[in-house]
Ligand binder design. Structure first.
Ligand SMILES: Cc1ncc(COP(=O)(O)O)c(C=O)c1O
Length: 420
């Protein structure tokens, strides 16, 4: 099929038409890929795979740390880098802040909130630590989070425990909950009159567990408790709008599933809380109602921010719902193939709405560290070992470039190791 015919056929995949204004032109998207096998779903995803430069020596099933970026976005990113290097201080003085405002507008529209509630940060850690450390704590206040939450945030809570005499209450989230109510009651059971803040993971990183955040926010607000959501893995992974969750604060990393270059994140803060948070780095903006007072960074790689628009454009081209369905399909593919195999333990719920692309699986007789090592050494499959809280296994994170053939290799490897 000629490239021109293929472009006509993109409609069959429900893709957006290319426009003259698109930062990604047809050549960027299609490259030299020859497309000859008709319009099946797998053909579409092999086109996407061809837009990535993948390491030839191993199968990457660890997209949970960060997402490598596709060639069209990489090309644009390098252009931004060259432009900033050419214009130097002129760019920084004349364009940097205007560009950042425009990017924030676009990003707000993409993630489903008002731009007056959103700032671009460098990552989730910065976003969430800004809230945890900048919260107006008083001696004796209490905070709740889960032992499955990300370590750096737990470290920051431990710091405010020492610094402000805040009491920390921890829950342990079951890997296979019966229903949402079980999870809501778990958090509610730790609320006292002194509770000020709950941190909840939108998706637990070690299992891929998607928590019923909206319901947890409704429950917490009835008790006058604020909710900080760790959405590190959610923006660009599945389809939702931040404002629909009803949370007070939401942090995410854009270099994960939005596939921006490394070093981009976001923080959403509900309007009424903006004046109450102390910034991590003080800004010239003194109006307490303006979220910009929270977004000071000093000089940093601004070309990363510029590439956020290109990453949004690329994802819109695929379609977030289409990506969500694909990631859930890939996780379900290996999960179903392994679930009844002797000696294998699946640590991620089988309810489709409780997970998406990330899953966790272990082998009873093999310690996770050894399992990850053997998968890599013997089968050239890269994953990450998880061995804490109630999770013993390897986190398996395919991506839009992952092929079914690669998952078949993973399934064979797991079965071989499980019966050895
Ligand atoms: C649940 C969760 N929260 C926070 C983070 C921190 O993200 P970053 O390193 O991009 O700040 C991660 C990173 O993997 C994570 O999985």
């Amino acid at each position: 099929m000629k490239k021109r015919d293929f472009i006509k056929n993109l409609g069959a995949f429900g893709l957006l038409p290319f426009t003259g204004n698109s930062p990604l032109n047809n050549e960027d998207l299609l490259g030299n890929h020859s497309y000859t096998n008709g319009n099946s779903e797998e053909d579409f995803w092999s086109l996407i795979r061809n837009q990535y430069k993948l390491h030839p020596d191993f199968i990457n099933l660890e997209s949970g740390y960060y997402n490598i970026i596709p060639e069209p976005t990489l090309k644009k990113y390098l252009k931004h880098l060259k432009r900033v290097n050419l214009e130097g201080s002129y760019y920084m003085r004349q364009h940097r802040f205007i560009d950042k405002d425009n990017i924030t507008e676009e990003l707000a529209s993409f993630v489903g909130c008002n731009s007056k509630n959103l700032i671009i940060t460098r990552n989730t850690t910065e976003s969430l630590d800004l809230v945890i450390s900048g919260f107006a704590w008083n001696k004796g206040d209490e905070a709740i989070y889960a032992v499955q939450d990300y370590g750096s945030m737990q470290d920051m809570f431990e710091q405010i425990e020492k610094r402000h005499n805040v009491t920390l209450r921890k829950v342990s989230v079951p890997n296979h909950p019966k229903n949402d109510e079980e999870l809501i009651e778990l958090y509610e059971s730790q609320i006292t009159k002194k509770t000020k803040l709950i941190m909840v993971s939108h998706m637990i990183n070690i299992t891929g567990h998607i928590l019923p955040v909206k319901k947890i926010c409704e429950m917490a607000h009835k008790h006058g408790v604020k909710v900080l959501v760790d959405g590190a893995h959610c923006i660009g992974h599945f389809d939702f709008k931040i404002e629909d969750l009803g949370c007070d604060y939401y942090g995410s990393s854009l270099h994960k599933w939005l596939a921006t270059p490394l070093g981009a994140g976001l923080l959403y803060v509900k309007s009424e809380h903006i004046p109450k948070i102390w910034p991590l780095l003080a800004d010239h903006e003194k109006d307490p109602t303006k979220i910009k007072r929270l977004s000071h960074t000093g000089t940093h790689p601004v070309h990363t921010d510029l590439a956020i628009l290109d990453a949004i454009e690329y994802l819109n081209w695929i379609g977030i719902k289409k990506k969500e369905n694909r990631l859930r399909y890939l996780k379900t593919y290996w999960q179903q193939a392994l679930k009844d195999f002797p000696n294998i333990v699946i640590n991620t719920s089988f309810d489709s709405h409780r997970s998406c692309g990330i899953g966790n699986v272990g082998i009873r007789s093999i310690n996770p560290e050894i399992l990850a090592k053997r998968l890599y050494d013997e089968f050239q499959i890269f994953t990450v070992a998880i061995d804490y809280a109630n999770v013993k296994g390897c986190r398996i994170t395919p991506n839009v470039f992952t092929s079914i053939k690669e998952l078949d290799s993973f399934i064979t490897a797991m079965k071989t190791l499980a019966i050895a």
